[in-house]
Design a protein around this ligand. Sequence first.
Ligand code: ADP
Ligand code: MG
Length: 339
Amino acid sequence: MSDVIHLLPDAIANQIAAGEVVQRPASALKELLENAVDAGATKVQVLVKDAGKTLIQVIDDGKGMSLTDARMSFERHATSKIRNSDDLFSIRTFGFRGEALASIAAVAQVEMKTRQKGEELGTLIQVEGSDVKKQEPTACPEGTCISMKNLFFNVPARRNFLKSNSVEMKHLVEEFQRVALSYPQIGFTLIQNDMELFNLSPGKLSQRIVGVFGKSYQEQLVACQEDTPHLNIKGYIGKPENSKKTRGEQYFFVNNRFIKSNYLHHAVVNAYEGLMSSDMQPFYVLFLEIDPTHIDINVHPTKTEIKFDDERTVYAVIRSAVKQALGAHNVVPTLDFSL
Ligand code: ADP
Ligand code: MG
């Protein structure tokens, strides 16, 4: 008899995990932006080259990391955000899996400079395909600057699967917009190949929406708010006449996390019944605040799908909030003369 099972080396295990966390530049950007927000940043700058294929750099003014933490942050399942399984049910941060940096560093060349408030020197660390190439003290601003270079440099098969720059850029902008929308109080900039695409100063949600989508949205926004014992809703919906044939400008945030849900989308659309034709899609940016013990966000690594323990109540509250908002703004039903 011979034994054939062995543990995989970390570098390979990380590369396999990376398959779930980092599919494309946009998924890496999402993780880096979320880390910046979790670190309490008030300003986040993003720089990308070649749609993130050669460089994604995220600079934050958040709390930074100690020398040991800087090294630890690249270990798999290493996190400062949860400690025990109870914490899993009361998550308030974006991250908690401790997988992102380990995954990103498994499939790219990563350089991080980080300094905690009050420390004289920060830490520079370079990791390439899970190998730590360099770690030394460095002078750097407070906060964290992380650069991800040459995504999939060591996984040619995956690099070849990347789409054209314009497609990858579209995904990057989408992730950027989602995070920017969910935190209007944080300033965000996005620069691509030396061109500034977004420069969003901290402000109110309505200002952020206009910053992200353009001035024409100013006139379209209808405030929507409802507080119930089970959940609170606030945000903006678009006027029925501004709805579009295509989807893409519909945003749900649950405890500030962007989520996708066809079921809840239907609750909104249903509230527009009689106000727009059924093949149209209304604009909305809605924030749901719900006790974290009533949701499970651990369903998927990218965490865009979550489970509610009482989905039907959430549906009913959304529908009623939207209906009320539309009514309060005297949106008159369009008359159907074809009958
Ligand atoms: P997670 O966010 O799930 O904890 P990550 O791999 O994304 O896992 O990050 C690991 C840890 O590194 C975080 O828990 C956090 O302590 C630290 N970290 C990552 N990015 C930053 C940052 N921009 N500023 C401060 N700390 C950070
Ligand atoms: Mg993270």
